[in-house]
Design a protein around this ligand. Structure first.
Ligand code: TRP
Ligand code: SF4
Length: 363
C-alpha cells in the first residue's frame, strides 16, 4: 500500500525519489538549467513538479501567468517559511501576477487558532517578512481565507458538487468536517485566479512543500471536471524539500528549538545554531580521520538553503567538512555569525515595510 502524503500531518518525507514513482510527481531536472539563478532550483531543493512546462513556456514567451500559494499563520515565521517567500519573490520578478493567501480559516479549522490571533500573526509575521524579503505591492493580490470576495466563496461551494466523500477519504485518510472545508477552500485558492472576476484562464503555478501535493491532485482533477463551466487551465505545481529541525526531526512552529524565526533576537539565534544537530563525529580525532557528514547536518542546511549563495564557497564548506579539515565548533560559529548578520539586516528591512503592509491590508 502506498504511503499517503498528509498535509496536516507531521511526517518526515524519507524518500523523495519514491514520490516520483508513487504519485507521479515529475523531476524538476529538465528546467533546472533554464532557471538556475534560483538557488533552490539550482541546488535541487525544488526537486519536483506537475505540469511545469506550461509555466516555462509562459516565462520564455513572456506570456501572462500567475503564481498562487499560501501559508497557515500558525506561529512564528521561520527559515522554513522563508523558502516559500523567496520563491514568491522569484516568480514576481519573472513577471507573474501573485496570488498569496493567509490560510487563517484553515488554521482555525484544523489547528484551533482563533481568527484574531491568526490575523495578527499574518500581519506581524507573514506579511511583514514577505515584504522585507522583497515582495512588492505591484501585481500582488493578498487575502485572508476568512475575508475575501464573493466569487471566491461561490467557487468554493460549487467545487464541492463534483467531489465525493469517498474520494476525499481516499486522498486524505481520516477527515473532519473542518478538513473537508479546508480542502475545498484550498482548491478555490488555487483556481479562483482563473475566474473572469480575477483575470480569467491563464497558467498558474503553485510552489509548495511536497506535503501539499494531495491538495494539488484534487484541485487539478477539479479543474478538468469544471472545464465546461470555467475553462480552467490545469494548475501547475513545484515541490521543495523541507529543512530539518535544528535538533533533528521536523522543523515546526510548535517547537521553538526546531527553528530560527526571522524576528528572533540574533543572540538567541546564535545559541540555537551553537546547539544544533550536526553531522560531526563523536571526537575531534575521529572527525579529522573520517570527516563529517554534511548531508546529516542542520548547520550545513543553513548554508545550503539560505546563507551561502556562491556555489564555490559552498563546495569549499562541503569539501572541508568531508575531508575532516573543519571541526563543528568552528563551523557553527561561522554559521551563527552569518545568521546573526542576516537577521540584523532583515530586521532593519522589516521596520521599513510597515507602510506597504498597511496599503496592502487597506485594499
Ligand atoms: N495548506 C497550506 C498550509 O498548510 C496553506 C494553503 C492554503 C495553501 N491555501 C493554499 C498552499 C493554496 C498552497 C496553495 O500551509
Ligand atoms: Fe556540519 Fe560543519 Fe560539522 Fe560539517 S563541520 S558536520 S558542515 S557543522
Amino acid at each position: 500500500m502506498a504511503e499517503r502524503l498528509d498535509p496536516w500531518g507531521s511526517g518526515k518525507i524519507e524518500d523523495y525519489e519514491n514520490l516520483f514513482k508513487e504519485f507521479g510527481i515529475e523531476s524538476f531536472e529538465k528546467f533546472r538549467n533554464k532557471l538556475s539563478e534560483n538557488r533552490y532550483i539550482r541546488r535541487r531543493i525544488t526537486f519536483g513538479h506537475r505540469d511545469f512546462a506550461k509555466i516555462m513556456n509562459s516565462i520564455e514567451n513572456k506570456k501572462p501567468f500567475a503564481m498562487m500559494t499560501g501559508l497557515m499563520p500558525s506561529g512564528k515565521f521561520h527559515f522554513g517559511h522563508k523558502m516559500v517567500a523567496d520563491q514568491i519573490v522569484f516568480y514576481q520578478k519573472l513577471g507573474a501576477e501573485i496570488f498569496l493567501c493567509s490560510a487563517d480559516l484553515e488554521a482555525y479549522l484544523v489547528r484551533g487558532i482563533p481568527l484574531e490571533t491568526a490575523r495578527e500573526t499574518t500581519i506581524e509575521e507573514y506579511l511583514t517578512n514577505y515584504l522585507a524579503l522583497g515582495l512588492k505591492e505591484k501585481n500582488l493580490n493578498f487575502w485572508f481565507q476568512s475575508d475575501y470576495k464573493v466569487p471566491y466563496y461561490r467557487l468554493r461551494d460549487m467545487l464541492s458538487r463534483k467531489v465525493t466523500f469517498n474520494e476525499l477519504s481516499g486522498i486524505y485518510g481520516e477527515l473532519t468536517t473542518g478538513k473537508i472545508f479546508s480542502t475545498m477552500t484550498q482548491a478555490a485558492d488555487i483556481l479562483h485566479p482563473q475566474l473572469k472576476e480575477f483575470g480569467g484562464p491563464r497558467p498558474v503555478v503553485v510552489p509548495v512543500g511536497v506535503d501539499q501535493d494531495p491538495h494539488l491532485r484534487l484541485t487539478r482533477d477539479l479543474a478538468t471536471r469544471f472545464q465546461n463551466e470555467f475553462k480552467f487551465i490545469t494548475p501547475a505545481s513545484t515541490y521543495h524539500k523541507f529543512m530539518e529541525g535544528l535538533q533533528g526531526g521536523k522543523m515546526s512552529s510548535s517547537d521553538p528549538n526546531s527553528y530560527i524565526a526571522l524576528t528572533e533576537k540574533p543572540e538567541d539565534a546564535r545559541k540555537k545554531i551553537m546547539s544544533a544537530k550536526t553531522g560531526g563525529r563523536a571526537t575531534i580525532a575521529e572527525q579529522k580521520g573520517k570527516g563529517g557528514i554534511p548531508e546529516e547536518c542542520t548547520v550545513y542546511d543553513f548554508f545550503l538553503y539560505h546563507l551561502v549563495d556562491d556555489d564555490k564557497e559552498l563546495e569549499k564548506i562541503y569539501g572541508d567538512c568531508k575531508a575532516g579539515k573543519q571541526v563543528c565548533g568552528e563551523c557553527k560559529k561561522i554559521c551563527a555569525d552569518m545568521v546573526m548578520k542576516f537577521l540584523e539586516e532583515h530586521q532593519k528591512k522589516r521596520e521599513k515595510v510597515g507602510e506597504i503592509a498597511k496599503n496592502i491590508l487597506g485594499k
